[in-house]
Design a protein around this ligand. Sequence first.
Ligand code: TRP
Length: 346
Amino acid sequence: MFDLHMPEPATGLSPEDVVLTGDRPTGPLHLGHLAGSLAARVAGQDICPHTVLVADLQALTDHAHDVDRVGAAVAEVMVDYAAVGLDPAKVRFCLQSDVPELAEITVLLLNLVSLERILRNPTVKAEVGQKGDRARNAGFAVYPASQAADILGFAATAVPVGRDQAPMLELASHLADQLAIRGCRLPVPRAVFPEGGSGRLPGFDSRKASKTLNNAIALGASDADIAAAVRRMVSDPSRRSSSDPGDPEKPVAFAYLRAFDPDRTGLADLEAAYRRGGVGDGDVKARAERVIRDLLGPIRERRAAAAGDRAALRDVLREGTASARDTAQQALDEIRACFGLSRRSA
Ligand code: TRP
């Protein structure tokens, strides 16, 4: 049941789909994750099988200098999942580093893509620009292949992700095609993007919302954190006075309202009034603050309950991972066969 205080996203899924999604555990999840993929998972878990991957190996590709942070974030991300309403009875949770089959699939897939193609990935390039030295190792450069291995390893047909992940899905479907030529029967996966707008929630400084840039609102944010973040949301600097006509695409507060305001008519009215002139940015921010508080209040409560029983979440992750290993082993057998590796020394 979808009971987040925000518009229910269209999932683009059918009951025949098999979904794999995941997150890098490098810190608490934030509103960008909620808008970009978590809400779609909460809606989708009632439609078809979901596996959610806690991608700690991928997290290491730019956090090898801070492995403690990744270790701690694994438990934290599980708490975030429970807090938004992902239900362990419906969703299989999996810890990437405990499924070595995925690493073997990665090594095999690397033989099916040219170095140029893998280094051309625009998302990876942007991330290297943003993260600097810690993203300059070879593991980071080829993480799209590891992500493709995740997707193929779970025989996923659909991957709900933010738009920044489009190049990853292009590579995964390219690799699935390459395997199919070699007789592999794994499905060719498709990306499922969030609907509406750019699909990407900006940080309060209007850059991409990210933990690294420290411009995102964490799911566990307190009311005081929310107020401070909303205060920092940038508006349109060229607009002189609240009586001037304005462009609702410009203030960051409107982007948050478009993502989360459950009252769509009220929001449309406010946008129209803003366009005509006479609506102050303070009013828009006040509404954004209220909407975010209403959204995060219940999440914070469920967060506290989940954080009180971490042992239960550890069990959920262990059991999910064991089941996921079986699935990944089957995919690995199929992929090994494409390379003539079935039982070579048996
Ligand atoms: N790249 C994703 C992120 O940055 C995490 C991820 C790892 C993932 N493996 C995946 C997402 C497979 C979807 C499918 O959050």
